[in-house]
Design a protein around this ligand. Structure first.
Ligand SMILES: [Zn+2]
Length: 413
């Protein structure tokens, strides 16, 4: 029996009803598909009240019937769920080389998916035009009405101030300035826009729809040309005092290691980002180390990418295997610190690292087994991302989705 509130006869009645509507909506969302009787048990509201609220929600199409509950004797009860397409959200991932755009629904299902690559020489105007064009294409592609569209969520690779919607300049796009992506999109589409950092977005996506589902303390590692982290503590995103929490990449793991972009020496990022690993592969091959990678890259070491290294390693190429093994060891050293510091339930590896990177996972597990404190280590599982390439874009839609559900009762009172 939680949060049940008895109505009285004063003017507070509609407030109580709003509170009860919100309770029913969020109970359905959390436990769907559910029967009215189950909602009664969970919320403690009276059956009559639940009946009346669900009647309204069904009429307005926010909830729908989803079959009947199997029962051993007696009349089977109707099951209810949230209508996933009641509202839609455009999600965009803006990284250093790509604009990935989706239209997602209230269940994180993807109804439209498009990706556009750009070159580091493209410049700000091109990226801004492409970003706005991609959103236009997504909205027009599904002919989404203004009424149905909740807003646009953008995830950006870089430092983000979610309140202002500003982002720090990308390293590659030097003329980016202190542009507010939020203002830019709101001006163009007259629609609510929310901006988040890529690792935070992916962490939210895994928490809601992926391998963090049902968990309260989850760390998401975005492993690519940089190393970012999204931190979920007690079920909520932790952003830190100025929004920059999660700089996992700048934990020092080797005092004698290479210089990092941040100015320090031997950061995990300088050793175990995909950029660092690709650079090492090139250097070693140019120094004469024999590897199948050279052939895969048609003799041009500039063409070597992370996918090639993974493929070659899984195919038995010694150099590639050693590079990924080393990458895993360095990531593992950083992860040991995370386990000791946060005592998380789950650490999720995402970005460019996926289930084809077993070699990396094995060497991470070795290091963790040896060096992490026993009690937090035994409580932590380390998994690959479930949502993969769609984690960031799906996560970009979640803040608007959460806002909709926390304010939803107003629309149905
Ligand atoms: Zn660093």
């Amino acid at each position: 029996m939680i949060n049940s509130i008895k109505e009285n006869n004063s003017g507070g009645q509609s407030l109580f009803r709003a509170r009860n509507i919100s309770l029913v909506i969020n109970t359905i969302k959390q436990h769907e598909p559910v029967t009215k009787r189950e909602i009664e048990n969970i919320t403690g509201l009276s059956f009559a009240k639940i009946n009346s609220i669900i009647l309204t929600l069904n009429e307005k199409n926010l909830t729908v019937e989803s079959g009947k509950e199997e029962s051993g004797g007696g009349r089977p009860s109707v099951l209810y769920q949230i209508n996933p397409n009641y509202k839609l959200i455009v999600g965009v991932e803006l990284s250093h080389s790509r604009i990935h755009t989706i239209v997602g629904n209230l269940k994180g299902e993807i109804l439209y998916n498009n990706s556009l690559s750009f070159d580091k020489s493209s410049g700000k105007d091109f990226v801004v035009d492409s970003l706005l064009g991609s959103i236009h294409n997504a909205i027009n592609g599904l002919a989404i009405s203004k009424q149905k569209l909740l807003g646009v969520g953008v995830a950006i690779a870089g430092l983000v101030n979610p309140k202002e919607g500003t982002t720090r300049p990308f390293p590659y796009l030097v003329d980016w300035g202190d542009l507010s992506i939020k203002n830019l999109i709101e001006k163009e589409f007259s629609i609510e826009t929310y901006v988040e950092n890529v690792a935070n977005a992916a962490a939210l996506a895994e928490l809601n729809f992926g391998n963090g589902k049902g968990k309260r303390n989850v760390l998401y590692l975005n492993i690519g040309s940089g190393l970012g982290m999204g931190i979920i503590l007690n079920g909520s995103l932790y952003a830190g005092a100025t929004g920059s929490a999660g700089e996992f990449g700048h934990i020092t793991v080797d005092e004698n290691g290479p210089i990092c972009e941040c100015g320090n020496v031997g950061c995990v990022e300088a050793l175990a980002s995909t950029k660092a690993v690709i650079h090492r592969a090139k250097t070693l091959i140019e120094q004469g180390v024999i590897s199948g990678l050279k052939e895969m890259a048609e003799g041009d070491t500039e063409k070597i990418n992370f996918e090639m290294i993974t493929l070659a390693a899984n195919d038995g190429d010694k150099l590639s295997f050693n590079l990924l093994d080393e990458m895993g060891k360095n990531l593992g050293e950083g992860i040991v610190t995370l386990i000791n510091l946060f005592n998380p339930e789950t650490i999720i590896l995402g970005g460019k690292v996926d289930s084809t990177c077993r070699i990396i996972m094995d060497s991470i597990m070795n290091v963790v087994q040896k060096h992490a404190l026993e009690i937090p280590r035994k409580a932590t599982e380390i998994l690959f991302s479930k949502l993969g390439d769609n984690a960031v874009v799906t996560g970009a839609t979640i803040p608007l989705m959460e806002k909709f559900f926390s304010n939803a009762s107003g629309d149905f009172n």
